[in-house]
Design a protein around this ligand. Structure first.
Ligand SMILES: [Zn+2]
Length: 274
């Protein structure tokens, strides 16, 4: 599932082709990804619009249009956004648009679990206001992470993945960050010591940055904005490594797997994560 580094990679890949381009011949092949807008109104809102900016918020792509509306794409499990030059068709294409700069924008989604919104300025304010701080912004300090972890009784892994508390972190990077910080994922979030919070903050930011440099993690479906697989899957220390030796404790300590914390796969080392 695309998390912050994957969606950031897509945004960076498509941005140079999209910004300044005008959308034309907009096609919608499947309408079940649309949220809060009907197909006809959606197509009318995009046709002939220019693109002013392409950014990311949490795990969502944000395409700012010339009229001030924003096209929001949440790729979720199997969605991807690319700009292509070729003319080949794709059975999983959901939205396509020709670009005045020559290419073609395509949102494809194999299982169509993604969601697409078109938001005016006020709706956008409400939308972004419900999401927590961006971990790669300068204002994201250890104190802000401590704030995200405080309140309520829940496991630290669950708190990290709660988009209202913190933006963009999902199952893969929560697992990786907690292993690197040597924190047991099932620990109560608000019980972490200040030293542990600082360590978690440092490794979380470092992992997200290095995953962006390696163009994200492809476990199954994720593709970059140029249609390729990411490279960070080769760097994962704990995710997907159940039964293999811990890279800190050595080959005799095996990575454990549980679904007990949040129903998702949690990988951890019982030897070095406390
Ligand atoms: Zn270990």
């Amino acid at each position: 599932m695309p998390e912050l580094p994957e969606v950031e990679t897509i945004a960076r890949d498509v941005r140079p082709h999209l910004v300044g381009a005008t959308l034309s011949r907009v096609r919608l092949f499947k309408s079940d990804v649309l949220r809060g807008i009907r197909p006809r109104a959606f197509l009318r809102s995009l046709e002939g619009r220019s693109v002013k900016a392409v950014t990311r918020r949490a795990k969502h792509l944000v395409i700012l249009l010339g009229d001030g509306n924003r096209l929001i794409i949440q790729p979720r499990m199997t969605g991807s956004l690319t700009v292509e030059r070729g003319l080949g068709s794709d059975p999983y294409a959901v939205i396509e648009a020709d670009l005045s700069t020559g290419g073609r924008l395509r949102y494809r989604d194999v299982r169509r679990l993604g969601a697409v919104h078109l938001l005016g300025p006020d709706a956008w304010k409400r939308y972004t206001g419900r999401i927590g701080p961006e971990p790669l912004e300068r204002s994201f300090t250890p104190a802000r992470l401590a704030g995200a972890l405080a309140g309520g009784v829940l496991a630290v892994k669950k708190a990290l993945m709660d988009q209202r508390r913190l933006a963009g972190v999902g199952n893969i990077y929560a697992n990786e960050a907690l292993w690197r910080a040597r924190v047991d994922p099932s620990r109560s979030a608000r019980m972490l010591t200040p030293v542990e919070v600082r360590r978690l903050h440092q490794v979380l930011v470092a992992i997200l940055r290095s995953a962006i440099r390696r163009r994200g993690t492809t476990v199954r479906d994720y593709r970059t904005g140029t249609g390729e697989a990411g490279e960070f899957q080769e760097r994962l220390d704990v995710y997907g490594r159940a039964g293999q030796g811990c890279r800190r404790c050595g080959p005799r300590r095996r990575i454990a797997l549980t679904h007990a914390i949040d129903g998702r796969a949690t990988y951890f080392c019982p030897g070095c994560q406390h």
